[in-house]
Design a protein around this ligand. Structure first.
Ligand SMILES: Nc1ncnc2c1ncn2[C@@H]1O[C@H](COP(=O)(O)OP(=O)(O)OP(=O)(O)O)[C@@H](O)[C@H]1O
Length: 561
């Protein structure tokens, strides 16, 4: 049986978040905190938890969401108050309760069911309850080792060398018929070498664009790129830095790291619940033998907290991660697409396991770049964060094998130390000075942007009727997206949870997918009569400038909200 360990009470919140310690950065090596949460089952297990691990917290099957929050989130909120960036990561076998712990049970993200909420809505509403805090959040999904922005209609993001090119290949290219199984150099090896299809042409153009940019950078004609093509290759003192676009605060500390995803500001409880629902609904889910609403992707929500008190300002970040669950395919009995999803999930979790192994063995090389997930989690391990892992296990005897593995993983985690550094707080004067400077900078960058090549439909490349049709298709696509979002919300509020899919919703999703594929195909098609591509990608300079503007606008929104 599992031992009964009663959780500690929720630590008292400090009165002031901007303390003297917060105004000067302090650093300390701290171990990753490991909590184990046991999901109830009809057939209890005979496994003894303590023989594997000495976790900091054990949450028994009878533990309520209130107690889980008090135990796991209390220390995290205290660390945030002290100026540390924090991470909470839920890990475990499929169906063991990770989503339940982070978000809550299906259909619970409503204002009238606060007792069922998971850690995320509770932490966010707790942070919002302080009038000196300003919050904004972003959400990234890692699906099949590629990143998508959950707050921007799942648009593709570039992380390391894994980016838009691969995403377009994965999503749009179905290699069938005579091409099936053939390996070539074009299009990531999906098509034979020398293929002239629109996807291969597009991949070639992207490569040429990248080569031109690299040469211009070497000649010193443009500044080194910090983001867009490979943000991990931004150079620092001659070494390749694996850090994602790190923005600097006026105080000199790192503000936050992003991969270009959208930031949404959170002003009230409705915004918080809307964010949680959007993230939960937009994720890839599927049903299998072990969980009828299994998450097929990893989800990372970053919450940026700006605290202004007594003329000082402090910036911190809280990262909440709901990992996809590891699964034995023989047990979940998945096939086809779900099987390949499971293989990818297991691969990325294996990469995470390698990171933990290297860190606990204090190896000099830690293979963060092995997967998108590990690149995005780098700051939680080697960065300046204080990290908590919730290892979720299922109590049933049939899960003993997976439970043992999860607990062994937790044991290794317990030996990993991070170098947590508290952010320096900065005075409000410098922030307001920043605001004006940022507004001026945005205006001048926008006028520069208008002089650069923004790409888009090349009207001279094809006939006006085709351009009109393309534009109306894009408009229809946008309308469909809005309608899908609305129907998902309605179904969710009706309490049907993430699986809710009315007939209209299913048909609409299908029509949306087909139209999206059509639009993408037309975009990159070469017009037969003019032999010119229909769509021109924006120039590398335009993309870079646009990303910089987006970053500044997000920063300004945080300062103003
Ligand atoms: N501690 C708990 N108490 C009650 N029900 C729970 C608990 N943990 C999980 N459940 C329920 O078990 C089911 C599966 O949980 P959940 O979807 O959170 O698993 P998961 O680990 O996220 O799975 P996957 O990795 O496949 O997404 C849900 O219906 C959830 O509400």
């Amino acid at each position: 049986m599992f031992p009964d360990v009663s959780p500690p009470p929720l630590p008292a919140r400090r009165k002031s978040r901007t303390s003297s310690t917060a105004s000067s950065p302090s650093s300390s090596y701290i171990n990753i905190t490991v909590g184990v949460r046991v999901r109830p089952s009809k057939v209890p297990s005979s496994l003894d938890l303590t023989s594997f691990i000495t976790p900091h917290h054990i949450l028994m099957p009878s533990t309520t969401q209130d107690v889980s929050y008090a135990t796991l989130a209390g220390p995290v909120l205290r660390k945030l108050e002290q100026g540390y960036s924090t991470s909470i990561v839920a890990y475990g076998q499929t169906g063991s309760g990770k989503t339940h712990t982070i978000f809550g049970p299906p259909g619970s993200l409503r204002s009238d069911t606060p007792s069922s909420w998971g850690l995320m809505p509770r932490i966010l509403s707790e942070l919002l309850s302080s009038p000196s805090n300003t919050l904004s959040a972003s959400a990234v999904e890692v699906y099949q080792d590629l990143a998508y922005d959950l707050l921007d209609n799942s648009s593709p993001l570039t992380v390391g060398s894994k980016g838009r090119n691969q995403q377009s290949v994965t999503r749009n290219v179905a290699v069938a018929g005579p091409l099936a199984g053939k390996q070539g150099k074009s299009n990531g090896g999906a098509h034979p070498a020398g293929c002239y299809c629109c996807y291969c042409e597009r991949a070639k153009m992207a490569k040429q664009e990248e080569f031109k940019r690299m040469m211009a950078e070497r000649r010193g004609e443009i500044p080194p790129m910090s983001k867009g093509v490979d943000p991990f290759k931004a150079r620092k003192g001659g070494k390749v830095s694996p850090n994602v676009d790190k923005r600097r605060t006026s105080g000199g500390g790192t503000e936050y790291a992003t991969v270009g995803e959208k930031l949404r500001s959170l002003r009230n409880l409705e915004d918080v619940l809307d964010l949680c629902r959007t993230v939960e609904l937009s994720r890839n889910t599927a049903s299998h033998d072990l969980n009828d609403r299994s998450s097929r992707s990893h989800c990372l929500v970053s919450v940026h907290v700006l605290t202004s008190e007594g003329g000082r300002t402090l910036r911190t970040k809280c990262l909440l991660v709901d990992l996809a669950g590891s699964e034995r395919i023989a047990k979940s009995k998945v096939e086809g697409v779900r099987k390949s999803q499971a293989i990818e999930i297991n691969k990325s979790l294996t990469a995470l396991g390698r990171i933990i192994k290297s860190l606990s063995a204090r190896s000099r090389h830690v293979p963060y770049r092995d997967s998108t997930l590990t690149m995005l989690l780098k700051d939680s391990f080697s960065g300046r964060a204080s990290t908590t892992f919730v290892v979720c296990v299922s109590e049933g005897e049939e899960h003993d094998e997976e439970t043992k593995r999860s607990l062994e993983f937790g044991q290794r985690l317990g030996g990993v130390r991070t170098n947590a550094v508290a952010s320096a707080s900065i005075s409000d004067n410098s922030i307001s000075g920043d605001k004006d400077a940022i507004v001026r900078m945005i205006a001048s960058m926008k006028s520069e942007l208008s002089t650069l090549d923004a790409g888009g439909v090349d009207e001279s490349a094809t006939n006006p009727a085709a351009v009109r049709k393309f534009r109306s298709d894009c408009k229809r696509l946008e309308g469909m997206r809005k309608r899908i979002k609305h129907l998902e919300e309605v179904a969710y509020k009706a309490g049907e949870g993430r699986n809710a899919s009315s007939r209209e919703l299913a048909e609409l999703r299908d029509a949306h997918r087909r139209l999206y594929e059509d639009v993408e195909r037309v975009k990159y098609a070469v017009d037969r009569t003019t032999q010119r591509p229909f769509w021109r990608e924006p120039s590398a300079a335009w993309k870079r400038k646009n990303e910089e503007i987006k970053g500044l606008v997000g920063r300004l929104a945080m300062l103003r909200a």
